[in-house]
Write a protein that binds this ligand. Structure first.
Ligand SMILES: [Zn+2]
Length: 164
């Protein structure tokens, strides 16, 4: 007997053999932010305090207030993230992780006021991205030998799956 189906995605096939009680586009999801607590969403509703109990067991914490809940999202302190992911993956078979990190780009005025034709000679931390633009990259945060220093913060997102 075959369980293959044309409706299954390539992603689902890669993880074949893992039983999921959820549709594959709404797996239990852990969201990691650069700062602040880690979130759990798309968790199936368990009886009573089952969701809290499961999360507390995963992170090996007994105190009630180590897990908070608001608008169908559970949160725990960032330091518990690894245990949380492992525990939820062990229970649900698979966890989707949405991992945000803060990425900082830098450029100096020596670079952004340079001739754009010299971009291949750029030695600035912007790697030529802002070379000769005549604009700082984001906001000016200080001064160096290469002139004013500007930075731009961006958030980078990495989505991956952890198997139980
Ligand atoms: Zn630059």
């Amino acid at each position: 007997m075959s369980t293959s189906s044309n409706t299954k995605t390539g992603e689902r096939r890669r993880h074949s053999g893992v039983s999921t009680r959820r549709s594959t586009d709404r797996p239990v999801t852990v969201t990691i932010h650069p700062q602040g607590p880690t979130e759990v969403s798309n968790m199936p509703r368990l009886q009573g305090s089952g969701n809290f109990d499961l999360i507390r067991a995963a992170i090996a914490q007994t105190r009630r207030n180590t897990v908070e809940y608001d608008s169908s999202v559970f949160t725990v302190a960032r330091e518990h993230t690894s245990k949380l992911i492992d525990g939820l993956a062990a229970h649900f078979g698979r966890v989707r992780v949405i991992h945000y990190i803060s990425v900082r780009s830098r450029c100096t005025s020596e670079c952004w006021t340079a001739n754009p034709n010299t971009v291949s000679k750029c030695k600035c931390a912007c790697a030529g991205m802002n070379h000769g633009s005549y604009e700082p990259l984001g906001r000016i945060v200080g001064h160096s030998r290469a002139g004013d220093v500007s930075v731009r913060e961006a958030t980078k997102k990495h989505v991956y799956f952890v198997e139980g």
